[in-house]
Design a protein around this ligand. Structure first.
Ligand code: CTP
Ligand code: CA
Length: 228
């Protein structure tokens, strides 16, 4: 079957794709997470695999099936994800950070279940910032490596996303206006704007996530072709 696959710029490329929403423990029975379903990241992993790439999917918990031919690495917290990404990144050609990473985690995770007692009518949970994985990766990045980020925004889409493209030294940034119906988290459809430092923004139509994944992967593929 592999032999019938036509050669593409992605053939044999080692790709890491992250997906899903990370979980930060409050206590043994509770955690903080977000609305990410993982669907966009899984669709990108599938598309890259179908174009001949060697894909490792580093995934926070989702309800999805792993695409055929894709290697799965399961993680829970942002720190788990950071460790998995930074250890695998040096030998990867491409990193696609589609995971919805928790920005804050509980400063302490309680060893025992937090009880409601007669005197605690309020519970204050102190949070601390997590590692910015893409910023860490930016420091490790070699010129031939391609990094792709996502940005979920509810306002000033292009401005905010352009800042992320620059600050995280990304080759490609996929921006989502998550305030629009049918866009971003959880649904089966998406509409994105693909930003690149050396290319005009590409605004896709509202489409299913497989179609959006194709358009994102097309851009990655074109970059590889250009860089030879
Ligand atoms: N990201 C990351 N590490 C984090 C947070 C986010 O690597 N601790 C990645 C995401 O996977 C995504 C990109 O950075 O590819 C942008 O994520 P986003 O949440 O939109 O941006 P932040 O930099 O976290 O800024 P903010 O949430 O404040 O807009
Ligand atoms: Ca964030």
């Amino acid at each position: 079957k592999q032999l019938l696959q036509p050669t593409t710029p992605l053939t044999g490329k080692k790709v890491l794709v992250t997906a899903g929403g990370t979980r930060e423990r409050i206590d043994p029975v509770r955690f903080i997470t977000n609305d990410s379903s993982g669907k966009m990241g899984y669709a990108i992993a599938r598309e890259l695999q179908q174009r001949g790439a060697q894909v490792t999917l580093i995934s926070a918990p989702t309800k999805l099936d792993v695409p055929a031919g894709v290697k799965l690495v399961q993680v829970l917290s942002t720190e788990d994800l950071a460790e998995a990404v930074t250890s695998a990144f040096p030998s990867a050609d491409i990193l696609v950070m589609a995971a919805a990473v928790a920005d804050f985690k509980p400063l302490v995770s309680a060893d025992q279940k937090i009880k409601k007692t007669a005197d605690n009518d309020e519970l204050v949970l102190k949070l601390t910032k997590t590692t910015d994985i893409l910023k860490t990766v930016a420091k490790l990045k070699q010129p031939q490596q391609i990094t792709v980020g996502f940005a979920a925004e509810t306002q000033h889409l292009i401005d905010n996303a352009t800042k992320k493209l620059t600050n995280k030294q990304l080759d490609l940034l996929v921006a989502n206006d998550v305030s629009k119906p049918g866009v971003g988290f959880n649904g089966d459809t998406n509409q994105v704007t693909i930003l690149q430092a050396d290319h005009a923004p590409i605004k896709t139509a509202l489409a299913n996530k497989a179609t959006i994944a194709k358009q994102v992967v097309d851009q990655i593929s074109q970059r590889i072709q250009k860089e030879g």
